[in-house]
Design a protein around this ligand. Structure first.
Ligand code: CAA
Length: 258
């Protein structure tokens, strides 16, 4: 049996996934994405888990799709095997929040994987980019779609057309990442954020994620209606009663995640 490419651990109610292909800077293959999807689906189904953190190493979150594997492939090869495709869609369907803790390189498919997460916490040494143009291709897993939504057209065009990298400060300025912290803090910072999320009522966490994702993926009126209906729906939960009672009684809520 081959060694796992993704390390799977837990920290309290947080599922921690670590890409583990150090020799190739965590380059992404079908096998990596399959393992990641299986692990995330298991956490998604596990009542003991409330949120997840996805990380890599200090040198690389992931340096992109595996170029050595791809270099000889034809259109028929990538299309027929749906390279990275099938389980990439499975990652998108994960319902619990996933935070990307990014240190080092997040390039090509690595940047796209980070953007697929719900938000990114970056280390000061993080470098983001879509360098596919330098390989004679273009981003294939959301780079041309999620990057402009995150950083605007001008910067997305700049990055996608020149293939240059941006550092953590530029990524934070342009809205790609939510926080920048020293490299030795990045994993703890992400686990702490995930722990806070995992302490909230699970139904409201799931709905909040769904609603913010709608904002990103749909028109304003459709998103507003979706948000309103989900807000109303949460009044059917015990946790709404508990959360609001706890506030008025000046105590901490004891959420039961139902
Ligand atoms: N695929 C396969 N192997 C990779 C890789 C990748 N994406 N990125 C790095 N590696 C390998 C290198 O070949 C090298 O292996 P060897 O030791 O056997 O030579 C090892 O990882 C270490 O890399 P470097 O020696 O290059 O390390 P560096 O510190 O000098 O440079 C880097 C780091 C700038 C990230 C450089 O490795 C690099 O430019 N990598 C490629 C980045 C890239 O083009 N990514 C896009 C891929 S295409 C894609 O992702 C399409 C998509 O949309 C899904």
């Amino acid at each position: 049996m081959n060694a796992p490419l993704v390390k799977i651990e837990t920290r309290g109610r947080v599922g921690l996934l670590t890409l583990d292909r150090p020799k190739v800077l965590n380059a992404l293959s079908n096998e990596v994405i399959d393992e990641l999807a299986a692990a995330m689906q298991a956490f998604d189904a596990d009542d003991a888990i409330g949120a997840m953190v996805l990380t890599g190493s200090e040198k690389a979150f992931a340096a992109g799709a595996d170029i050595a594997a791809m270099k000889g492939w034809t259109f028929q090869d990538v299309y027929t095997q749906d390279f990275l495709g099938h389980n990439w869609e499975a990652l998108k369907r994960i319902r619990k929040p996933v935070i990307a803790a990014v240190a080092g390189y997040a390039l090509g498919g690595g940047c796209e994987l980070a953007m697929l997460c719900d938000f990114i916490i970056a280390a000061e040494n993080a470098r983001f980019g879509q360098p596919e143009i330098k390989l004679g291709v273009i981003p294939g897993y959301g780079g041309t779609q999620r990057l402009p939504r995150a950083v605007g057209k001008a910067k997305a065009m700049d990055l996608v057309l020149t293939g240059r990298m941006m550092d953590a400060a530029e990524a934070e300025r342009s809205g790609l990442v939510s926080r920048v912290v020293p490299v030795e803090r990045v994993l703890d910072e992400a686990i702490e954020a995930a722990t806070i999320i995992a302490s909230m009522s699970l139904p409201s966490v799931l709905m909040a994620k769904e609603c913010v994702s709608r904002a990103y993926e749909s028109g304003l009126n459709e998103g507003l209606l979706f948000e309103r209906r989900n807000f109303h729906a949460l009044f059917a939960t015990e946790d709404q009663k508990e959360g609001m009672s706890a506030f008025t009684e000046k105590r901490k809520p004891d959420f039961k995640h139902r």
